[in-house]
Design a binder for this molecule. Structure first.
Ligand SMILES: Cc1cc2nc3c(=O)[nH]c(=O)nc-3n(C[C@H](O)[C@H](O)[C@H](O)COP(=O)(O)O)c2cc1C
Length: 195
């Protein structure tokens, strides 16, 4: 499978990057092709809300000329997408939210009478989140919004994987690593169809 990972954090050796690195390592050792996109430092402007993209269903159609196009292409080319963000203020880190907004350009017809189409329809997807606190009363906003966003893009959801109580990468420990490997399996191993 072609896996595109989209890393939104600023710390390239931090908790999120370490966890993501374990998933990518497993994916590569299982023979998958992995492409990582680091959003931090990319030229990624806010969505202008002009809806020019809504006129095109065969391409992203965003009028802005920035690095979003490279991200769109890597997303469209993938069979599986893994989004990775630290939890900031009970939500996504800024560049991740900006990308999510810009993905308006990847789907058409949502909540209208026109057919709902997506350029990434059917791709497997998951969200990896590291946070300093726990899961309850901390991650509720992303637990609600991410599946809705996956629905907007017609992605095939493979879960929100929260790694709570993160302090430093050195303290992540075997439990966190086991969970990261479980994520890789869930996202990349095809289920056998029954019958
Ligand atoms: C600006 C900022 C906001 C944060 N907000 C939260 C939060 O709402 N909930 C939480 O549990 N941790 C929060 N944290 C802690 C980070 O989510 C946590 O340390 C994470 O593992 C950092 O990932 P990184 O090492 O990849 O940067 C915040 C940290 C920063 C710097």
């Amino acid at each position: 499978m072609k896996l595109t990972t989209i890393f939104a954090g600023a710390r390239r050796q931090g908790n999120t990057a370490t966890l993501l690195g374990w998933v990518e390592e497993r994916a590569r050792s299982d023979g998958h092709i992995v492409t990582r996109i680091n959003l931090d430092g990319m030229k990624l402007h806010s969505c202008r809300g002009c809806y020019a993209c809504a006129r095109h269903e065969d391409r992203p159609g965003c009028v802005q000329q920035d690095d979003a196009y490279a991200v769109y292409q890597a997303m469209i080319a993938a069979n599986a997408l893994l989004f990775a963000t630290p939890l900031y203020m009970w939500s996504y880190v800024g560049p991740m939210k900006t990308l999510m907004d810009r993905c308006l350009a990847l789907a058409t017809g949502y909540a209208t009478s026109a057919p709902h189409r997506s350029l990434v329809e059917g791709a497997r997807s998951a969200l990896l989140v590291s946070c300093g606190g726990g899961i309850e009363r901390n991650t509720d906003a992303i637990q609600l919004s991410f599946p809705r966003w996956e629905g907007y893009l017609k992605l095939s959801s493979h879960g929100i994987w929260v790694f709570p109580n993160c302090t430093t990468p050195d303290n992540l420990g075997p439990e966190a690593k086991a969970k990261a490997l479980q994520l890789a399996n869930r996202l990349l191993v095809q289920e056998r169809s029954s019958g």
